[in-house]
Write a protein that binds this ligand. Structure first.
Ligand code: AMP
Length: 144
């Protein structure tokens, strides 16, 4: 297993720091966030150390993805949870503080005051089409 001894999540996975673990799979651990935005706030964390989403291998990403529906369904059975945001901060510019890839499951209730509305922009001219073309190129390049 690839671990970073200075990483808080690696230390949890190695049992050196305690955490409220709700699921341990072959490649992932799911635990309560220590600083919850709402009670039940979960983190889904790969057991190996990958800094961010784009470094995460497909088999690990697949286990994370496969766990999400069950985790969301379980959260929705808890009292006072009426919705769930799935959030993944990828890179410091996106608000990532712990550099060990993780997915947040954030419980929501109507009028909970957490908010989650970003100001939508607008594409000018052919900007959307040129971004689309570049992304298709990159995706086709990385698939083969
Ligand atoms: P992010 O801003 O996406 O990097 O989020 C990192 C999250 O990790 C924050 O929500 C923290 O509250 C959470 N966190 C940091 N240390 C621990 C810990 N020891 N146990 C559980 N969650 C933690």
């Amino acid at each position: 297993m690839a671990r970073d001894p200075d990483c808080v999540f690696c230390r949890i996975i190695d049992g050196k720091i305690s955490a409220h673990v709700v699921h341990s799979g072959p490649r992932i651990l799911v635990m309560l966030d220590i600083g919850p935005l709402a009670p039940g706030h979960l983190l889904v964390v790969p057991k190996d150390h990958y800094k961010s989403m784009h470094e995460t291998p497909d088999d690990v990403a697949a286990e994370i993805g496969a766990a999400l529906p069950r985790l969301v369904a379980a959260l929705l059975k808890l009292p006072q949870i009426a919705g769930v945001n799935v959030l993944q901060n990828n890179g410091r510019a996106a608000g990532q503080e712990v550099e060990h890839m993780h997915v947040h499951l954030i419980p929501r209730a109507l009028d909970d005051g957490l908010g989650y509305r970003w100001r939508a922009g607008k594409y000018a001219g052919d900007e959307a089409e040129s971004i689309r073309r570049r992304l298709v190129e990159l995706l086709e390049g990385s698939s083969g």
